[in-house]
Design a protein around this ligand. Sequence first.
Ligand SMILES: [Zn+2]
Length: 176
Amino acid sequence: MLTYADKMSIVRQHQNDAPVQTVPLAQALGVSVYHVPNWPDDLSGKIMKSEEHGGSSGYAIFVNQAHHKNRRRFTTAHEIAHYILHKDAIGDGITDDGLYRSRLSNWMEAQANQLAADILMPWNLLNNYIGMGITSVTKLASIFEVSPSAMSIRLGVPAQAEVSPQAEVKPLAAEF
Ligand SMILES: [Zn+2]
């Protein structure tokens, strides 16, 4: 069984290039990913134990196929985060609505959103691009295949803004 450190090490192995590939990351963690058609728009994703669909860990992630690719990537990263942080709380499954709310506490959901951002927008890669002079939030969002609003939150600047190349962008991903 993978420890927390093992899982975070697998995450880092998938953060050498942007965009971070979420499905191969999930698979490397032993979690299968499925895109589900015909879900209501206000349902983002779900993680559950599944004998039929689960990967080697026994868990599977289901993502709303109708959502934009960037949103599906965030959902996959968010469900991966639940697997890494909250596996013991998954029980019969965690279902996230359109705002990434579930039966888990708001605090746990905030944790999952934070780790999802750490997965998709690692500071080492962000700093590489910013250091190369790519400072537009929308351009960085497109390179990392995240929404401009997700990148804007990550960098702490408005979506239409530019980050200063000299800015001290946060040092390292937060650890949980
Ligand atoms: Zn969630």
